[in-house]
Each structure stands twice: as C-alpha cells, then as structure tokens.
Design a protein around this ligand. Structure first.
Ligand SMILES: O=P(O)(O)OC[C@@H](O)[C@@H](O)c1c[nH]c2ccccc12
Length: 254
C-alpha cells in the first residue's frame, strides 16, 4: 500500500521518494500506553503544539538542540503536545529523538515525517507517538486506507492539507483531525491566509473534528484569526530560534 510518488512535485516529492527508499521493516517492541493527542488539543482555548526541529529545507540549520531538554522547556511553558521531526536528511530528526522526548515529558507526541509506508505508523507507535502526520499531497486517494491502518494500531492521525481539493479528500476519508499547512510543501512558500480560509471552509462543510493551523507563526497577533475557529496551532521554527524556549512559549500562550 504505497502511494504513487512519481507525481508529487518539488521539494515534497524529493523528500518523500527518498523516505520511500529507506523504509525497511524490522522487529519493534510492543507499544506502551500513551496519552491522547486529540483530547489534549480539545482542552479550552487555542492549544499549542510545540515542535522539536533542528533544521528545515527553507531555513537550513535552525538550532543545535537536545530534544529532551527542549521538550521539557516546552512542557514548562504550557505546550499541550509536542511534535517531533523524525526525517533525517532535511530536518535533522530521528526516531531516537522521538524516544528521547517520550522519556522526558508526559505530553502526547506527534511523529512529524513523510509517511509513505504503513510500517512508518507502527514505528511511530512503538517509539511513543500518540499520533502521526498523514500528508494528503503524498497519500492522495490512499489517505483513508492509512487512516484505517493507524486506527488499527491505536495511533491517532493528523491529516494535513494545503488546498481546497486536499481538504475534500481529507473529509471524504473520514479524518477526525485536520491540519491546514500554511506552507506549500512543494514550493516552500508561506501564506498565513491559508489556515483561516480552509478552516472556515471545513466548518462550512460540516467538519466537527479537531482543526490545527500549521507553519509560519511567530507572534501572538498572528494567532488572533485562529481564535474560535481552530483548536490548536503548531509552531516550530520561531520557538526554536528563541534563546529561551519556555519564555517564548509563554509569550505565545499568553
Ligand atoms: O516551523 P514552523 O513554520 O513553525 O512550522 C511547523 C510545522 O508546521 C512544520 O514543521 C510542518 C508542517 N507540516 C509539515 C510536514 C513535513 C515537515 C514539516 C512540516
């Protein structure tokens, strides 16, 4: 059950095809219980998902960081969940980082990667993730099958969209959590208008699940258009660039 990645354009296609070459199943330990990602995001007010991210294709190296220490600072600052990049080549992440964060904090964790094979979902769960990111631009019509697979593993899924068409695929597939990415992963361009626009559209289509706004946020003012519409916001780069992670997070949470 592999998506057809030949059709995926730009940087997203390059990264995903590389990831697909690397998947090779190996024995995994039985997963331990984890807290619910969805329930954490549904607590009152806009929930903050703080991301551990060493590097990115648009920024290059962002910060030399100890993931466990960063996650503890995020937890002290009021994060409701932590996202951990596990893609090694462009983001400098790994499954070791996910395990280290799992051992450092009690918050629910999101495995942030380019999932292109069901084994990556098993890996996520076995390394302490409560949820994994599913990118509709990669999985296309297989999104529903990956959602099913995740459910069967006791793993939650955040289904990421960037266009109206992708939103339709996500809703059709029965996503319970939808993430709207302000960044076009093929061109890497950011437009903070994307999340409010697609968020309103999702609600207009009757979507009652969890809505997460992703990418490009650095100040509290920028979060205002999300209030009352989104359940959560995912922030990485601007936090990682702050000298004091806990303080930076508090400033955003208010
Ligand atoms: O660092 P930012 O701009 O705050 O963005 C965080 C997060 O949204 C971003 O890392 C992200 C969203 N979707 C992704 C998919 C793959 C890799 C990374 C991402």
């Amino acid at each position: 059950m592999r998506p057809d990645l030949a059709r995926v354009p730009g940087v997203l296609g390059e990264i995903a095809r590389q990831r697909a070459l690397e998947v090779a199943p190996y024995p995994l330990p039985d997963p331990a219980p984890v807290p619910s990602f969805r329930e954490a995001l549904l607590l009152p007010g806009l929930s903050l998902i703080a991301e551990v991210k060493r590097a990115s294709p648009s920024e290059g190296l962002i910060r030399v960081v100890d993931p466990a220490e960063a996650a503890r600072a995020y937890a002290r600052g009021g994060a409701r969940a932590v996202s951990v990049l596990t893609e090694p080549h462009r983001f400098g992440g790994s499954l070791r980082d996910l395990l280290a964060v799992r051992q450092a904090v009690d918050l629910p964790l999101l495995r942030k990667d380019f999932v292109v094979d069901p084994f990556m979902l098993e890996e996520a769960r076995a390394h302490g993730a409560s949820a994994a990111l599913l990118i509709v631009a990669l999985l296309g019509e297989l999104t529903g099958a990956y959602l099913e697979e995740a459910r069967g593993l006791g793993l939650e899924a955040l289904v990421e969209v960037h266009t109206e068409r992708e939103l339709e695929v996500a809703l059709e597939a029965g996503a319970e959590m939808v993430g709207v990415n302000n960044r076009d992963l093929s061109t890497l361009r950011i437009d903070l208008g994307t999340a409010p626009r697609l968020g309103r559209l999702a609600r207009a289509r009757g979507f009652q699940g969890v809505l997460v706004a992703e990418s490009g946020y650095s100040g509290r003012e920028e979060l205002e258009p999300l209030e009352g519409l989104f359940d959560a916001v995912l922030i990485g780069t601007s936090l990682m660039k702050s000298p004091d992670l806990e303080k930076a997070l508090r400033a955003l949470v208010g």
